[in-house]
Write a protein that binds this ligand. Structure first.
Ligand code: 5GP
Length: 197
């Protein structure tokens, strides 16, 4: 086997670039890769499951997680809600030799860069700016004001690409997922984690 030691991989990129879709594709096709479940103060969208997509917590609970050092990183994203990565499960999976993927925003990626410099940092890029806008409008989950706020964030995030170790263009979800997993060295499933049965 050639999987190497498990390392943390951080996937960041502008809003609506498809980080969530790529993460879902990883979850579905490579279930041995562990996707961190973030805590957030944002309310759940229809279809989102507490403990699967996010840990939906109150602002008070989030404060407590910050105060007691339970978060590896956290940030206010799009100027509204807080999102953070629970530290314990990340450390436990890495210790067990399981590759861990964090899908977080740029501010969070920078914090992880400081605290865990050995992590891999992957920037998911849109094929073009126009395509990014099209995806954001097409998603239709946000109102005009929220959309503008997210586009403003996206412009700043796109400019940060050079801070990352690798760039993956999300022109096709399967292809982008495969490239990401190649970078993680996670397409080769060790026998100890094989999907027997
Ligand atoms: P959404 O509200 O659309 O699910 O996510 C909004 C943004 O929050 C996305 O850009 C996503 O990457 C980011 N995000 C999700 N979880 C975390 C986290 O744990 N930490 C940070 N810093 N950003 C996160």
């Amino acid at each position: 086997m050639n999987a190497g030691p498990a390392r943390l991989t951080v996937l960041a990129g502008p809003t609506a670039v498809g980080k969530g879709t790529v993460s879902a594709d990883v979850r579905r096709r490579y279930p041995w890769v562990w996707l961190s479940v973030s805590a957030t103060t944002r309310p759940a969208r229809p279809g989102e499951i507490d403990g699967v997509h996010y840990l939906f917590v109150s602002p008070e609970r989030f404060d407590e997680m910050v105060a007691t050092g339970q978060l590896l990183e956290w940030a206010v994203v799009h100027g509204v809600h807080r999102y953070g990565t629970p530290r314990g499960p990340v450390e436990e999976h890495l210790a067990d030799g399981v590759p861990v993927l964090l899908e977080i925003d740029l501010q969070g990626a920078r914090q992880v860069r400081r605290s865990m410099p050995d992590a891999r940092f992957v920037f998911l890029a849109p094929p073009s700016w126009d395509e990014l806008v099209r995806r954001l409008v097409g998603r239709g989950t946000e109102g005009a004001e929220e959309r503008e706020r997210r586009l403003a964030t996206a412009r700043i995030e796109l400019a940060a690409e050079s801070e990352f170790d690798h760039r993956v263009v999300n022109d096709d979800v399967h292809r982008a997922t495969d490239e990401l997993l190649d970078l993680m060295g996670a397409r080769v499933v060790p026998a100890t984690h094989g999907a027997a049965g």
